[in-house]
Write a protein that binds this ligand. Structure first.
Ligand SMILES: Cc1cc2nc3c(=O)[nH]c(=O)nc-3n(C[C@H](O)[C@H](O)[C@H](O)COP(=O)(O)O)c2cc1C
Length: 399
């Protein structure tokens, strides 16, 4: 089994103590038993190692989570997931949002909506953290809430003579750092169990990491250390804005929506230069976003990006990517309206990888959209009953 990791400030780690939700005490199919061990997380203990990955659902008109959004998250707790990470929810900055009907994480109405989500999840014995999001260069003029606002990023982007993304000034950087910190403080005030910072997939934090999107010549561009500075400032500000035992999860990826083969770190050594300072600045858990969690991360070693992250930082890690499904996440599925179906698989190998210590928690995305009872079916050895992921599951909110 996984051994205890050095206890960071928020004290996440293996704790074979009583769990919050009933699922942890139910008899478990032996092949997946490692996934159903409890895990210490901030002030609480997660019932198991299964984490619902953040998934944008675009069903919050005006940025306010609705009754259906409350029911959607409640249903996933009832299905036995140990920790929910909400869909990306936008911090209080004019350019944070990039898409219609994405929930905001600021303003009275939106925060009241989130409070209802938190209370519903806790009433079922679940745990939940918001994914705090600024879309960076993904925003285009014309998008809500203020259509006149362009995207903001490390470097400007001009399309057909129009500046669709503006290069951030120091004041812009400071405003975004402060907005992340405010959102994290609000998350704690609302009763969330931690907060995740979205540092992946070509959105604002990742835009600074990646040399293709960061052409700055000031202290935020050029060297890897400079490209990590913006993320570091955010983590430091967030750490200072929340209690020491409020877990900060940092999600990062090599891949981008525009390039699945993109890399922010070419070697393990470069990865360490990005992640170690973030760990020192206060990240408690790294959420390593890959499209297939088992793939080797670098030439010359079979080790995955999650395993490298754990080794380099000493922090607990969430692995994610094609867990329980026979086919990887594709950005194209959103725009392409064709029918599709992705078949369920067992997760015995993921359980073994966790038991080996490659990672501590297992992120699960699409299959939880098609089958909210997925965790219970896995626990009971009923994978054959899992509902495949298809177009209908992507479009629908509550099952
Ligand atoms: C509908 C949908 C929306 C997503 N939205 C987000 C998001 O808001 N933030 C994020 O970090 N990842 C997002 N992702 C990526 C997932 O968190 C996850 O990393 C990806 O789906 C791979 O996991 P899976 O193979 O288990 O689905 C989204 C994925 C899907 C399917």
């Amino acid at each position: 089994m996984d051994t205890a990791t050095p206890a960071p400030t928020a004290n996440p780690g293996a704790t074979p103590a009583a769990s919050d939700a009933g699922i942890g005490t139910h008899s478990v199919n032996a092949a997946v038993a490692p996934l159903f061990q409890p895990f210490a997380f901030g002030r609480h203990t997660l019932a198991n190692r299964l984490v619902m990955a953040p998934m944008t659902r675009s069903k919050s008109p005006g940025g306010v989570p609705t009754d259906d959004v409350v029911a959607y998250y409640r249903r996933r707790v009832q299905g036995g997931v140990g920790l929910l990470i909400t869909e990306g929810t936008t911090i209080n900055h004019p350019a944070a949002n990039g898409y219609p009907q994405v929930p905001a994480f600021h303003g009275e109405a939106a925060l009241a909506g989130w409070k209802r989500v938190v209370d519903a999840v806790h009433a079922e014995g679940g745990r939940i953290i918001p994914q705090l999001w600024h879309v960076g260069i993904a925003r285009r003029p014309g998008v809500e809430p203020d259509p006149s606002v362009p995207g903001y990023g490390p470097s400007a982007i001009v399309t057909h003579g129009v500046e669709v993304v503006r290069a951030m000034t120091q004041a812009d950087i400071d405003a975004v750092v402060a907005a992340f910190a405010q959102a994290a403080a609000d998350a704690e005030r609302l009763g969330f169990d931690g907060a995740e910072l979205h540092g992946a997939h070509g959105y604002i934090i990742d835009d600074f990491f990646w040399e293709q999107t960061n052409q700055r010549t000031d202290a935020y561009g050029g060297s890897l250390e400079n490209r990590t500075r913006f993320a570091l400032e955010i983590v430091r500000a967030v750490r200072a804005a929340v209690s020491p035992d409020f877990p900060i999860v940092f999600r990062f990826s090599q891949w981008k929506g525009v390039d699945y083969n993109a890399r922010i770190a070419q070697t393990p050594e470069e990865l360490g230069r990005i992640l170690k300072p973030l760990a020192e600045a206060g990240v408690d858990i790294f959420h390593v976003s890959t499209r297939r969690y088992w793939e080797p991360a670098f030439d010359g070693s079979p080790d995955t990006l999650a395993a490298w992250t754990k080794r380099l930082t000493g922090k607990p890690v969430i692995a994610v990517g094609s867990v329980g499904l026979d086919g990887a996440f594709k950005v194209g599925m959103f725009a392409n309206r064709d029918a599709f179906e992705v078949k369920p698989t067992d997760v015995d190998q993921a359980a073994q990888a966790l038991a080996r210590g490659d990672f501590d928690l297992l992120g699960v995305g699409r299959v939880l959209l098609s089958d909210p009872d997925w965790a219970i079916k896995v626990r009971d050895g009923r994978v054959g009953e899992v509902v495949p992921f298809d177009r209908a599951a992507l479009d629908r909110l509550v099952v």
